[in-house]
Design a protein around this ligand. Structure first.
Ligand code: MG
Length: 159
């Protein structure tokens, strides 16, 4: 088994889509980013890459490369899982914590879990999605940013 951890943060601005784990959530603001800004999938990808010691998403999908402008993070996640699998590591379970002042994530939790499960090839029962506020403190508390922490366990498939 290998463990990987990822973290990401994006500014929230009006006129952008709010994507969390590949699910678009109706809200007045969304993540600013070179890609689609999906903070959950970015943290998850870094966790998977970390477990497989495959550098990070900034290295694989540089934000100064026009190829990745508005990139679909769901597709990037599938690619990251493919790369990890190709060197002998497949996801065993995933746990993410979203830190967001508003809107409430709970109504979308099951859709996010299902989406992450399909992107990683896991059963939904192996995908944990938690959300919390930052108690009104800091940039996240002011509604100017969203962050996500992700932990993944990876099974070694070849010895
Ligand atoms: Mg990011």
């Amino acid at each position: 088994m290998r463990i990987g951890y990822g973290w990401d943060l994006h500014r929230l601005e009006e006129g952008r889509r709010l994507l969390l784990g590949g699910i678009e959530i109706p809200f007045s603001k969304g993540e600013l980013g070179h890609s689609d800004g999906d903070v959950v999938l970015h943290a998850l990808m870094d966790a998977i890459l970390g477990a497989a010691a495959l550098t990070d998403i900034g290295d694989l999908f540089p934000d100064n490369d026009p190829v990745w402008k508005d990139a679909d993070s769901s597709s990037l996640t599938v690619e990251v899982v493919r790369r990890a699998t190709s060197i002998g590591f497949r996801p065993h379970n995933v746990d993410v914590t979203i830190v967001l002042q508003a809107p409430r994530v709970a109504p979308y939790r099951e859709r996010i879990r299902s989406k992450i499960a399909s992107l990683t090839g896991l059963g939904v029962d192996r995908v944990g999605v938690k959300a919390k506020t930052s108690e009104g403190l800091g940039d996240i508390g002011a509604g100017s940013a969203v962050a996500c922490h992700a932990v993944v366990l990876m099974e070694e498939t070849v010895k």
